[in-house]
Design a protein around this ligand. Structure first.
Ligand code: CDP
Length: 225
């Protein structure tokens, strides 16, 4: 099978990471959670008290940010300047500001460059908001994932609870809607469906069903090119 690039985009909490991870594991491809990179930048700015609207300060801070992914006991975890921040970046305080950080063009330029380098050899599944449109417009397979808002809220609540947090439903719902709005209306690389993306609505699909559909498309694309 050819080492294709699979781009998965869509709104917040519709299961992009789950599908991307499952696809990568089945195909033996690398998996990159591009949202984790924006979250890591947001965490750094919060922890270093860098005002998000001070573009010069943000630009300087970016020079001190190094993001890496490492496999720890079978789990893909995000590292910021050598520290495991996988849990910290999922916190609501990061979710509350990450879309504002992700709208800053300098931040996007730095992260998109790194994402493109990671995909150079192909054989990669990356999920995010602009993967099929900006990061890998040449990706052999692009999936645009959607799900009903209620379903997305339910899934994110379960995910946060499983991490030992005590999420408040109204807060989670508000955050998803707010991020969707900021992500879809920002000037630089807004979230949108690529013209050649396949839409997958997984509201009524379980994990295995969505994986099987995506795998069929992946095998078809990997053999036709
Ligand atoms: O997992 P969830 O849907 O909550 O979001 P995420 O994938 O962790 O991404 C967090 C935020 O990063 C998004 O709301 C976007 O603002 C930003 N992001 C982006 O702008 N471009 C990407 N390729 C990925 C994420």
């Amino acid at each position: 099978m050819k080492n294709i690039i699979i781009a998965i985009d869509g709104f917040s909490a519709c299961g992009k990471s789950t599908l991307a991870r499952d696809l990568a594991a089945t195909l033996g491809f690398a998996y990159v959670d591009s949202g984790a990179m924006y979250r890591a930048v947001a965490l750094y700015l919060l922890d270093h008290l860098v005002p998000i609207d001070d573009l010069e300060a943000v630009g300087q801070a970016l020079e001190h940010i190094h993001i890496a992914f490492k496999n720890v006991q079978g789990q893909n975890r995000t590292f910021l300047n050598g520290e495991d921040v996988e849990d910290a970046i999922r916190d609501m305080r990061v979710s509350a500001v990450v879309s504002l950080v992700a709208a800053i063009p300098q931040v996007r330029r730095m992260l998109v460059r790194q994402q493109q380098a990671m995909g150079q050899a192909g054989g990669i599944v990356m999920d995010g908001r602009d993967i099929g449109t900006v990061v890998f417009p040449q990706a052999e397979l692009k999936i645009f994932l959607t799900a009903d808002l209620d379903q997305r809220v339910r899934r994110r609540m379960l995910e946060l609870s499983a991490r030992g947090l005590e999420p408040i439903e109204a807060q989670v719902r508000h955050n998803l809607l707010e991020r969707d709005h900021i992500d879809a209306t920002r000037a630089d690389s807004p979230l949108r469906q690529a013209d050649d993306a396949i839409v997958l609505d997984n509201t009524h699909l379980d994990r295995q069903q969505q994986l099987e559909l995506a795998l069929q498309w992946a095998y078809a694309r990997a053999t036709e090119v």
